[in-house]
Design a protein around this ligand. Structure first.
Ligand SMILES: [Cu+2]
Length: 152
């Protein structure tokens, strides 16, 4: 009779890695945060999440910090003449009642100068600074190198 208990426990533990709990602070909610496992620490890592603005005034994401990266930056991938490029973005707006989605192929957090490799199954804190909403820290789960999102 031990097996079913272990199976349920294993499921609960793995489910914890699949989806980060949404973090609500004031009018902002950070949901579905995840990062892709990095190739060692010599190449940058990438992190993604959704910000929902439940308030009636727009806010802006203006800053990032994390102990795993000496220089986290907001990047936007654009496709121009068939060539994919990444541009540094100073700030991103979250419209009133709307959301900002960071995802592969679009806007993302580029974790430059990793202080530690991002290993599958680990989590790390990422602090987002908003113009009106202040600082919000989310715990980011690390998925495999080929992951495309929290639904994987
Ligand atoms: Cu980038």
């Amino acid at each position: 009779m031990k097996l079913p208990v272990a199976a349920v426990l294993a499921f609960a533990l793995s489910a914890g890695f699949v989806q980060a709990e949404p973090v609500r602070q004031g009018d902002l909610e950070i949901d579905a945060a995840w990062a892709r496992a990095s190739i060692g620490s010599s190449r940058p890592g990438a992190a993604y999440f959704t910000v929902r603005n439940l308030g009636d005034e727009a806010d802006r994401l203006t800053g990032l910090s994390s102990p795993v990266s000496a220089m986290p930056m907001l990047h936007e991938t654009t496709l121009s003449e068939g060539i994919s490029r990444m541009a540094h973005v100073e700030a991103a707006e979250i419209p009133a009642g709307g959301e900002l989605t960071l995802e592969p192929g679009g806007m993302h957090v580029m974790l430059m100068e990793l202080t530690t490799p991002l290993k599958e199954g680990a989590t790390f804190p990422l602090t987002l600074t908003f113009e009106a909403g202040g600082e919000i820290t989310v715990e980011v789960p690390v998925f495999g190198p080929g992951a495309t999102g929290p639904a994987e």
